[in-house]
Design a protein around this ligand. Structure first.
Ligand code: LLP
Length: 380
């Protein structure tokens, strides 16, 4: 076994997940799934995802570089982000990436300047804020009017016309993203209705968007990762296939992150101490919020398995905590586990998305290592 804490990625489950996605889109040439690199950019994982035929969704120059290195074709990369630097815009142009999702008129002007200076045509889609309140944690909802993301839908026609007057800009379509960890198809249905309305407005104005990008956001079952290892891609894709009234020739793009990689990853950690507090029992593990920040940042709960407890029948309630000097360094409170002792190995499940990639070196801790199940000595 490897030195804990570390991330373990189940490449067999990833392969099954990618097959489940392909089953919904194959044979439909106008559907394009881009993997949101921000969820997990481990090179081995990226290579497996690229090899399955998905494109990539990038939000920084760094992500564009790792996507290209992993084999995602430049033409299938979408570049989003509310604050792209001049260097990142240049990098995107130099590599002829598929499209840039532009979030303001100010950004459009800068892109046009840079494209003109380097005589490279910029393929530009506009991220429109659809003003939809999705059912998820406040920190990861993005599609409401008050959020910083996107262009107000009232300004859509104006920005398209503006782009059409720019010789070095090609208007390629519309982009949306309403939030993350969405499990209710109602939210995506609401997005479809809004897009249909906006398309009618485009028709009235004599405009045509070659590409419609509906972003990502499909959630996973954090409570029951073993029972539901693969998200309901059928329900997700059919919501859009049925709900959107696409115009002839329109290409439909998706940007899925969490749904692709969350369930294939676990954070493997060792119990350092079981401490009897005045009111509670604490299981103190060697992983902390520096390795997996989602519980501290969003109040997220990752299911915990004690992998050393087979045959133990007694159970107890514990607060499972890390070693960091912050009271928010808690993975779970009053959590029922088999009787747990020093040296036990725990798996924090559903940690393949927004886990390792959000790790920090706070407290001068090393970043967690990442292994796949193809390395036999990584198995706990
Ligand atoms: N497209 C855009 C424009 C996005 O902003 C995001 C995620 C995605 C696609 C992918 O969303 P997904 O399919 O993974 O839901 N760190 C948070 C999640 C932040 C998501 C940010 N944007 C978490 O750990 O829950």
């Amino acid at each position: 076994m490897k030195q804990t804490p570390y991330y373990l990625y189940d490449t067999t489950l990833l392969a099954r997940t990618l097959e489940a996605i392909q089953a919904e889109v194959q044979g439909q040439d106008n559907l394009h799934v881009h993997y949101a690199i921000k969820a997990n950019s481990n090179p081995l994982i990226l290579r497996q995802i690229a090899a399955s035929g998905l494109g990539a969704d990038c939000v920084s120059g760094g992500e564009i570089k790792v996507a290209l290195a992993a084999g995602f074709p430049a033409s299938q990369i979408a570049f989003a982000g509310v604050g792209k630097s001049d260097e990142e815009i240049q990098l995107a142009l130099d590599n002829a990436i598929g499209m840039m999702n532009v979030e303001s008129i100010e950004e459009l002007e800068v892109i046009h300047e840079i494209a003109t200076a380097s005589q490279q045509k910029a393929r530009v889609s506009f991220r429109i804020n659809p003003d939809i309140a999705a059912h998820t944690h406040g920190h990861i909802t993005t599609g409401k009017a008050e959020n910083k993301f996107g262009i107000p839908k009232e300004d859509m026609v104006h920005v398209i016309r503006k782009a059409q007057q720019m010789p070095m800009v090609e208007f390629t379509g519309l982009h949306f993203h309403i939030g993350s960890q969405l499990l209710e198809m109602d939210d995506f249905e609401a997005l479809c209705l809004r897009i249909n309305e906006l398309q009618e407005e485009l028709d009235r104005e004599g405009l045509y968007a070659p590409n419609i990008n509906v972003g990502g956001g499909l959630g996973v079952d954090y409570e029951h990762p073993s029972e539901n290892p693969i998200p309901d891609f059928k329900a997700y894709f059919s919501t859009f296939k049925q709900g959107l009234q696409l115009r002839p020739g329109q290409q439909l793009h998706f940007e899925l992150g969490r749904a692709v990689v969350a369930q294939m990853g676990s954070l493997i950690t060792r119990v350092l101490y079981v401490k009897q507090g005045q009111l509670k029992q604490f299981v103190i593990v060697d992983a902390g919020m520096t390795d997996l920040i989602r519980p501290a940042l969003y109040g997220a709960l990752h299911h915990i398995d004690n992998l050393s407890a087979s045959g133990r029948t007694a159970q107890a309630q514990y607060d499972v905590v890390g070693p960091i000097c912050e009271s928010s360094d808690v993975f779970a409170r009053d959590y029922t586990l088999p009787q747990t002792q020093r040296g036990d190995i725990l798996a924090l499940r559903s940690a393949g998305a927004y886990g390792a990639i959000m790790a920090s070196g706070y407290n001068c801790r090393p970043l967690p290592q990442e292994y796949t199940t193809e390395e036999p000595d990584a198995l706990p």
